[in-house]
Design a protein around this ligand. Structure first.
Ligand SMILES: [Zn+2]
Length: 450
C-alpha cells in the first residue's frame, strides 16, 4: 500500500520538526514574556501579537486576526478559611465567573463527587451549606465538567462550592464554572485541604467554611488568529489545525495550552518547508477564550455556517502529550488513510489505535456538534507531568516535553498534509441526526451546557 504522505514530503516534514524545532523556543517566549493570558484583556492582546509574529517567523504570509467580543472575568481578592473548630486558612483559587462580590460563611458538607446522586442521598442537608466535592467521578464514569457540578449545587440550594483537586502537591486549581456571572461563589481548593476537611467531618466536627471574594466582569475584544497555506487546486476546501491561545491568569499556561499552540506552529513551520502547496488550504487557528467557554471556536463556527461543508477535517491540540493513535469522534470505521498514516508514523510512536467516543470541552466541540469531521490525536502524558499542574500556578514552561512536542507536531503535519492533498477526502459531514446519535451514544446529552 502506498504511503499517505509521499517520501519527498515526509522527509521535509521530519527534517523541520526534528532539525529546526523552532516552536519550543517560541513557546518559551510566550510563557516567559507574556505568561498567563486572558482573552479580551491586555495579556490576551500580547499573546495575539506573539501569535502573529510567530506565524510570520514560520514563513506563513497569509494571517488574519478575526475579532470577537468576549466577557472578561478578572480575579480580585479572595479569602477562604475554616472558622471555629480547626480554624485555618484554605489555599484556594476562585473559579472563572465567580461573583463580583460575596462574603459568606456556612457549615461545610461533604457532597462526595457533587453528582445528582450525592445530593439525592443528602436531601435537605445541602440547602444553605458550603458544599465540598472532589473534581473526579466514580470509577468507570465520565467525570463531569465543573460547570455541571456547579449547576447541580445551585439546583440543590448550596450556598458556596469548594471543589478539591485530585493531584497532590498543595496546588489549588481554577477553571471556568459558569457561562457568565455565577449565582454562587465557587473555588478550587487543594487535595490536601479537602482531605483534612473530610477527616474533620468524619470525626464528627462541624467546621464552618468562609468564602470572601471580589472579582470583576467587563467586556473586551479578542481575536482568533488564523494563518493559511493556500491550496493550489481547491483553495476553498479547508483542513483546520487549531489550539487555544488563552490560558488561566495564574500560571504561564505552558501545557494548557501553550503546548497546543506550539504544536500548531511547528506543524506550520514544517508544512511551509515542503516546497510545494497541497491541493487544499491548510488553515492554522489559535483560538481565543476557550477557557471561558470555547468562545473563539464557537464564534468561528457561527460566523461561517456556509463554509462548514468545505471543511475536510479539524485537528485540535489541547494539552496534547505524546501521540499514539487517532481520535475521530462519532466515526467508528477508520479510513484506510488513517491506518496508512499510523503505519507510516510507527517510528514516532503511532499505532493503529482508534478512539471514536465523543467528548466535549475543547475547541473541537463546536465543529463536532456541527457534524464537521474531527481528526484528533490520542496522546499519553509526558515525563514533564504537565497534567498534574493543570489550571494551577505550577503550569510552567519546564513541564513541557520537547521530544513529545516535536513528535506530536510531526504526526500532525503528516496528517494535515494527507487530508489536504488526498484525491478524495476520507470523511463527509454528519447530518444533525447522526450528530444526535453520536452524542447519545457517548452519554453526553445532558452535558452540553450552552
Ligand atoms: Zn486547554
Amino acid at each position: 500500500m502506498q504511503r499517505p504522505v509521499p517520501s519527498e514530503v515526509a522527509d521535509r516534514i521530519l527534517a523541520r520538526c526534528f532539525g529546526e524545532p523552532i516552536a519550543y523556543r517560541e513557546l518559551r517566549e510566550l510563557c516567559d514574556h507574556v505568561g498567563g493570558r486572558t482573552s479580551g484583556a491586555e495579556s490576551g492582546a500580547q499573546a495575539e501579537a506573539w501569535a502573529l509574529r510567530a506565524f510570520a517567523r514560520c514563513g506563513i504570509e497569509q494571517t488574519l486576526a478575526d475579532p470577537l467580543t468576549v466577557p472578561v472575568w478578572k480575579r480580585g481578592s479572595l479569602t477562604v478559611e475554616v472558622q471555629g473548630v480547626g480554624a485555618a486558612p484554605i489555599a484556594a483559587l476562585a473559579h472563572g465567573f465567580a461573583p463580583e462580590a460575596c462574603d459568606i460563611a456556612a457549615p461545610i458538607l461533604d457532597v462526595g463527587y457533587g453528582l445528582p446522586a450525592d445530593y439525592a442521598r443528602l436531601g435537605d442537608l445541602a440547602r444553605g451549606a458550603m458544599a465540598l466535592c472532589s473534581e473526579a467521578a466514580p470509577e468507570g464514569q465520565r467525570a463531569p465538567h465543573r460547570t455541571e457540578k456547579l449547576a447541580w449545587a445551585v439546583d440543590h440550594g448550596v450556598a458556596g462550592l469548594m471543589i478539591m483537586g485530585s493531584a497532590p502537591g498543595c496546588l489549588p486549581r481554577t477553571g471556568v464554572c459558569h457561562r457568565s456571572g455565577s449565582p454562587i461563589p465557587s473555588v478550587g481548593i487543594t487535595r490536601e485541604d479537602g482531605e483534612r476537611l473530610r477527616r474533620m467531618l468524619e470525626d464528627g466536627l462541624r467546621p464552618t467554611g468562609r468564602i470572601a471574594m471580589t472579582n470583576t466582569i467587563t467586556e473586551g475584544t479578542a481575536h482568533n488568529i488564523l494563518a493559511d497555506i493556500p491550496g493550489c487546486d481547491e483553495p476553498s476546501e479547508i483542513v483546520l489545525a487549531g489550539g487555544h491561545l488563552d490560558s488561566w491568569d495564574v500560571s504561564q499556561g505552558a501545557t494548557d495550552n501553550g503546548l497546543g499552540c506550539a504544536i500548531v506552529l511547528q506543524a506550520a513551520h514544517a508544512l511551509c518547508g515542503v516546497g510545494r502547496r497541497p491541493r487544499r488550504t491548510i488553515r492554522f487557528a489559535l483560538w481565543a477564550a476557550e477557557e471561558t467557554g470555547l468562545r473563539g471556536s464557537r464564534a468561528y463556527v457561527a460566523a461561517r455556517r456556509d463554509e462548514l461543508d468545505s471543511i475536510v477535517g479539524v485537528m485540535n491540540f489541547d494539552m496534547t502529550g505524546d501521540p499514539y493513535g487517532y481520535w475521530t469522534p462519532g466515526r467508528p470505521e477508520p479510513p484506510e488513510m488513517l491506518h496508512g498514516l499510523a503505519r507510516q508514523l510507527a517510528p514516532l510512536g503511532m499505532r493503529e489505535e482508534f478512539g471514536h467516543t465523543a467528548g466535549l470541552h475543547s475547541d473541537h466541540q463546536p465543529f463536532m456538534l456541527a457534524g464537521v469531521p474531527v481528526v484528533c490525536l490520542s496522546a499519553r502524558g509526558t515525563e514533564g507531568g504537565g497534567g498534574a499542574y493543570y489550571h494551577s500556578v505550577g503550569d510552567t514552561f519546564e513541564k513541557v516535553s520537547q521530544p513529545a512536542l516535536c513528535r506530536a507536531a510531526a504526526v500532525a503535519a503528516h496528517t494535515l498534509w494527507a487530508l489536504a492533498d488526498c484525491e478524495q477526502p476520507p470523511y463527509r459531514r454528519m447530518s444533525d441526526a447522526e450528530v444526535t446519535s453520536m452524542i447519545e451514544a457517548a452519554g453526553l446529552k445532558d452535558a452540553i451546557i450552552d
